[in-house]
Design a protein around this ligand. Structure first.
Ligand SMILES: Nc1ncnc2c1ncn2[C@@H]1O[C@H](COP(=O)(O)OP(=O)(O)O)[C@@H](O)[C@H]1O
Ligand SMILES: [Mg+2]
Length: 260
């Protein structure tokens, strides 16, 4: 990875708790009798990697969907960079979303487009935002270089391995120069070695772009390597919080179960 390509971070890393980029308060969401979130609280600080762990079906994806306005919570408040997203109109929400990068389960590349076209897509969609930045070609190459895939511009997704697809998806997120990146199970479906590469890449990106990241995973190794702080989601609430080491030492049986 080479230094000349580094994009100067626009937003400096926060110094502490006063720099909250996401604040979720008392979030509740149920589907009929299925009470998924029962008062979930969370704060994401500027520049940190926060890992949320929870069993399958515990509501991690529901939480992240509420967070980006794809799902309406029953109650609670969600502030992203100082704005209550439940109160924004579509246009304002769209603008805010441009500051947030997603890497959802699976890579969700467009199969009929080349890698280059996949990366150009978000740039075209948010044209105004990029008027003052370098030309598209440079941005595409820069983003691909930062995930170690500059040679793949003209390839189709079908020609890429699972790990490469995930990297391209990450490049497509980075090209937007996001302040916050949300990762939903970024290593799921990858073999252990490829998973490690993706985790390493996430670490490099955080160090280089000074993004704040919310990482949802059930991969304990991923959590250990990448987390500055962790929250365990149990029974729809933020059941336990702390660093990996703190939680790993916990005597609570529910917490212990995560580290087995
Ligand atoms: N759109 C939906 N309609 C009904 N139930 C849903 C919907 N989305 C999620 N659920 C339910 O909410 C619970 C949490 O799901 P999810 O957040 O996807 O879990 P995970 O923690 O594995 O990401 C599950 O019981 C799931 O069946
Ligand atoms: Mg999920």
């Amino acid at each position: 990875m080479n230094k000349e390509n580094a994009i100067t971070p626009v937003f400096p890393v926060g110094k502490g708790k006063e720099d909250v980029v996401i604040r979720i308060k008392d979030l509740k969401k149920r589907f009929g009798d299925n009470h998924v979130l029962n008062g979930f609280n969370m704060e994401l600080y500027q520049g940190e990697n926060l890992v949320i762990m929870g069993k399958s079906g515990s509501g991690k994806t529901v939480m992240i969907k509420c967070l980006v306005g794809l799902m309406q919570p029953d109650s609670g408040s969600i502030e992203v960079m100082g704005k209550d997203i439940t109160k924004l109109d579509r246009k304002a929400l769209d603008l805010l979303r441009a500051d947030i990068g997603f890497l959802f389960q699976g890579s969700a590349l467009y199969d009929s487009m080349t890698v280059r076209e996949n990366l150009e897509f978000p740039l075209r969609r948010h044209k105004e935002r990029f008027r003052d930045r370098a030309d598209t070609e440079t941005l595409v190459l820069e983003a691909l270089k930062s995930v170690g895939l500059s040679h793949t511009t003209e390839l189709m997704p079908a020609e890429l391995s699972g790990g490469m697809k995930r990297r391209v998806a990450l490049a497509r997120t980075l090209i937007m120069n996001p302040r916050i990146i949300l990762y939903d199970e970024p290593t799921s479906g990858l073999d252990p070695i490829t998973a490690k590469e993706i985790i390493e890449l996430m670490r490099i990106i955080q160090a280089r772009y000074r993004t704040s990241a919310l990482i949802i995973t059930h991969d304990v190794d991923c959590a250990r390597v990448i987390s500055d702080r962790m929250i365990l989601l149990v029974d729809g609430i933020n059941y336990a919080e702390g660093t990996y080491r703190e939680l790993q030492r916990s005597a609570d049986p529910q917490v212990k179960a995560f580290f087995k």
